[in-house]
Design a protein around this ligand. Structure first.
Ligand code: CDP
Length: 247
């Protein structure tokens, strides 16, 4: 088991807890089974979610890193426990959309399921008390959240991550509809992909059946289908060898 009792908790999010790592440059991210929706209005514990998401996130970060985007990922020391670089997080949720659905369809006159070509990059201010409002560059700069150079870099990196992940999912018969990522900076100001990428933060549709394979099931109250869907993504993305590693 993980020796977490004596560890210093740095931050507790809705589905992950971040602890101080072995040194000042590292953190330990613990993936929990908690699942929330509607600004925390619903909160359930979904067995196996932390396990599946931590392994999926590690695999996805490895693929992204190999393709040339720097990520915080160091090592998955055991299921649910990720060693990562300590970063100063930028409070922006960078959302990339390949197909219009969800909040964009509620806020703007897009028809649901319209393909977006080129993909659309949206930035939301990560602040629960303001309900994550949509940003533009002027507001982000006036708030002192990021410089123009950083905003341009986030957009460039987000589109690159989209290309990498679109292909990765296409190869296993999954359509990447949209996703949210977050970035942080090291002490020198270099930008790294932080937080997580998992079915909690993406919309994924089975390319054949169009079935949802992500957190949207939970948002729609189909709680009993959630883990099965995440397991399906895990089954397709991980090789037998990789699955055996933590079994
Ligand atoms: O429809 P909803 O309000 O959930 O959000 P959206 O803006 O349509 O979400 C776009 C994508 O970002 C989806 O893949 C969400 O899962 C993801 N997202 C997230 O991971 N965390 C958030 N706080 C907001 C969106």
């Amino acid at each position: 088991m993980i020796k977490m009792v004596n560890e210093k908790l740095l931050y507790e999010g809705k589905a992950k807890s971040v602890y101080q790592g072995e040194n000042d440059e590292e953190v330990i991210i613990k993936f929990r089974d908690d699942m929330t929706a509607g600004d925390g209005a619903r909160h359930e514990s979904m067995g196996q979610k932390g396990y599946l998401n931590s392994i999926l996130c590690a695999k996805i970060f490895e693929i992204i890193e190999e393709a040339g985007v720097k990520t915080q990922f160091i090592e998955l020391t055991e299921p649910c426990v990720m060693k990562a670089m300590k970063l100063e997080m930028i409070p922006i949720e960078v959302i990339v959309r390949n197909i219009a659905t969800g909040s964009i369809v509620r806020k703007f006159p897009f028809e649901d399921k319209t393909p977006l070509n080129p993909p659309l990059v949206q930035m939301d201010f990560k602040a629960d008390e303001y309900h994550d409002p949509m940003l533009n560059d002027a507001i982000a700069k006036a708030l002192g959240i990021a410089t123009q150079e950083e905003l341009d870099k986030l957009r460039e990196l987000a589109l690159k991550v989209n290309e990498i992940m679109k292909k990765m999912f296409k190869d296993i018969g999954i359509i990447l509809v949209d996703f949210k990522i977050e970035f942080g900076k090291d002490k020198e100001g270099n930008i790294y992909l932080g937080d997580e990428i998992s079915p909690d933060s993406c919309r994924l549709w089975d390319a054949e059946t169009m079935d949802m394979l992500d957190k949207e099931l939970f948002r729609q109250g189909k709680d009993d289908e959630v883990i099965e869907a995440y397991q399906e993504v895990y089954n397709r993305l991980l090789s037998d060898e990789e699955k055996a590693k933590f079994n």
